[in-house]
Design a protein around this ligand. Sequence first.
Ligand code: MG
Ligand code: ZN
Length: 216
Amino acid sequence: MSPEKKVVVKKLAYQVNDELADKIREVMKSKNKLFFNMMGSIGSGKTLILERLAAKLSSKYRVFVINGDVATTIDADRIAKQGATTVQINTGGGCHLSAKLIQNELDKINIDDYDIFIAENVGNLICPAAWDIGAQLNITVVSITEGEYVVKKHPIIFKSAEIAIINKCDLDGLGFNSDVLAEDAAKIKSGMKVILTSAKTGQGIDELITALGIEY
Ligand code: MG
Ligand code: ZN
């Protein structure tokens, strides 16, 4: 394929994805469902945050979690233990979720059987930003073990999010504190909600639930 043709095909793939994402968003809105997309790096603590959320929300809401990983069902199994219904998407090498992958899973269930949908995207700070999956809110998670400049170096994925989570705050003092990352995230986008969490201790989870607009 010529380089010019490759560019056209790639543009078309984004366009098809965005149209389907808009459709998913409309369906969720018309049915009064919440759908969140949790993005973030490998090992930032996305799964443990989702375990905490599932544990708190499952007594009141029917929660459906879609876990994206290259392989294994480890994350889906962990979150299922906290009372949510889970499904694991193995991308088989793919480094992000897409609207099509989400739609495939939604086709297998009755959306009316659930209240809150959360996708855990494949761990990486690059391409999930470019692939709209139809969520109403995007969340980007990093942890302070990723270094002092992790937010500054990845502005695009923070720009595509409404909520920034700085996790592992219980480890503050590794030469810098989580405030540094929180300030960087706040600067990237006006109106960004920045939440300091420790999924390990439970710090910040209630604040996250409020930021997501969930009555609890
Ligand atoms: Mg995970
Ligand atoms: Zn990717």
